[in-house]
Design a protein. Structure first.
Length: 75
């Protein structure tokens, strides 16, 4: 199973960026999104930002993940 996660870009340096969600950060490649800016939301899969998202899309994605975690009883 593959899982992509929405992150908010907090810094960009060359082809690398750092994204954040729920207080956790992740380093990612941004080769596929040349117009990316700090503050943008992106979908990240396998360490690559693969798509820009609206803030609403990102929130819906994160809420779905949180709902699944709670349904499994792991939090």
């Amino acid at each position: 199973m593959c899982l992509a996660v929405a992150l908010r870009v907090v810094s960009i340096e060359g082809r690398w960026a750092v994204g954040e969600a729920a207080g956790l950060t992740q380093k990612m490649r941004v080769d596929f999104l040349p117009d990316l800016e700090v503050g943008d939301y992106v979908m990240v899969h396998a360490g690559f930002a693969i798509q820009k998202l609206t803030p609403q899309q990102a929130q819906e994605n994160l809420a779905s993940i949180e709902e699944a975690i709670h349904a499994l009883g792991t939090v």
